[in-house]
Design a protein around this ligand. Structure first.
Ligand SMILES: [Zn+2]
Length: 66
């Protein structure tokens, strides 16, 4: 039953990740469009500001200190 517990935790983490704001790693714009929503593979994001396309995004988990 350990595996099931771990699976549930993973689901929780994925759900939590969706709530985090995502920003473009190039121009830091929050205007990101999600291109793919497979639920298994990482989503691909497209930046509406600079045209960046990729799975990498900047996530803000805590308040910026700068
Ligand atoms: Zn951008």
């Amino acid at each position: 039953m350990k595996a099931l517990k771990q699976f549930k935790t993973t689901l929780k983490e994925i759900k939590h990740e969706k709530v985090k704001p995502k920003f473009c790693p190039i121009c830091n714009s929050p205007k990101l469009d999600r291109l793919l929503m497979t639920g298994i593979l990482p989503s691909i994001y497209v930046c509406r500001e600079c045209g960046y396309k990729g799975v990498l995004t900047v996530e803000l988990e805590k308040s910026p200190k700068e």
